[in-house]
Design a binder for this molecule. Structure first.
Ligand SMILES: NC(=O)c1ccc[n+]([C@@H]2O[C@H](COP(=O)([O-])OP(=O)(O)OC[C@H]3O[C@@H](n4cnc5c(N)ncnc54)[C@H](OP(=O)(O)O)[C@@H]3O)[C@@H](O)[C@H]2O)c1
Length: 286
């Protein structure tokens, strides 16, 4: 499905590299069918050396030569990039954006200012564990995207983890949960490791105990398919140690705090989306 396509990454940064690495290691596509454009010649040379992908410093050349255009620049650079490539993008190309907070409408308005092109755009929200091929990506497709093209988009992100479909309106909640989520988990990991040190464990031992507990618990929840409450009950014996720890977490409001965090991050994402320059298609980037 992907093997016959040419995928072009505009912006060869962290996320693009994670996707390239995933696609190649899963043998979803050959390196000769991947092209990357970036403003940094040095970065491009490094990507070519590392992954044997094609490179160009010209976003227009990439847009012209590739079937799938993966927009992987920071949101602030999007307007400039879209205006640059607009001439080369028609209904035969599939456009996929990973830029946070840039609405599908802002992308199509820039690529087709007169609204005449029938463009298929998939907007996505990946997360950083994609760097180790354990990411999760939510995809929201405009109604012009065919079922076959949506499948192709899923396939790309499946190379770096799992995928889910959501409506575009739900991407803010995705940002608040899985987009920002790695930072919440890293904070929890840091705190648990500190706690181990406080109780007399060495930092190294504390780190490995914490990391493997987080990894193993996620794997157990995923593979068993059991409700997390049931799994929690399995390690909670009457009058034992775990129930004392859990009681303390309840007193500290752990669940409420995490729910509030996701709610606040979602609201922030909504606010940023509404107040971003990308929502004003006729406003030029300075
Ligand atoms: N990292 C995450 O956790 C995450 C999660 C979800 C979504 N995203 C989205 O993914 C996108 C990329 O993030 P990232 O972390 O990969 O960023 P990044 O590492 O900064 O990558 C962006 C790359 O694009 C280059 N670039 C800038 N302007 C360009 C232009 N006009 N034409 C071509 N290339 C250009 C940058 O070069 P310079 O560095 O020289 O400017 C950089 O190499 C962002 O839109 C972000 O919102 C990221």
């Amino acid at each position: 499905m992907l093997k016959s396509k040419k995928i072009g990454f505009i912006g060869g940064g962290n996320m693009a590299e994670a996707l390239i690495k995933g696609l190649l290691s899963a043998s979803f596509i050959e390196a000769k069918n991947l092209m990357v454009s970036d403003v940094s010649a040095e970065r491009l040379k490094w990507l070519r050396k590392q992954y044997h992908v094609k490179i160009t410093g010209d976003n227009r050349e990439l847009a012209k030569k590739c079937d799938i255009l993966l927009l992987a620049v920071k949101p602030q650079a999007m307007n400039e990039v879209l205006e640059e490539i607009a001439e080369w993008v028609d209904h035969k190309k599939l456009v996929i954006s990973i830029a946070a907070g840039v609405p599908i409408k802002a992308i199509t308005d820039r690529l087709s200012p007169d609204g005449k092109k029938k463009l298929g755009v998939v907007r996505t929200m990946p997360n950083t564990p994609a760097l180790v091929l354990e990411g999760v990506t939510a995809l929201a497709a405009s109604h012009k995207v065919s079922a076959a093209d949506l499948k192709v988009a899923h396939r790309i992100f499946e190379a770096v983890g799992k995928t889910v479909d959501v409506s575009e309106a739900n991407l803010d909640a995705v940002t608040g949960l899985s987009g920002s989520g790695p930072a919440y988990i890293f904070m929890i990991i840091e705190a648990l490791s500190d706690a181990g040190v406080k109780m007399g464990l060495s930092r190294d031992v504390s780190n490995i105990l914490t990391l493997q507990t987080v990894l193993g618990s996620a794997k157990l929840a995923m593979q068993s398919g059991k409700h997390p409450g049931e799994l929690k009950d399995m390690v909670t014996s009457p009058g034992g140690t775990t129930i004392s720890g859990l009681h303390t977490l309840e007193k500290g409001g752990l669940r409420t705090t995490l729910m509030n965090a996701v709610e606040e991050a979602t609201k922030r994402s909504q606010w940023l989306g509404q107040n971003s320059e990308n929502n004003h298609p006729h406003k030029k980037k300075k």
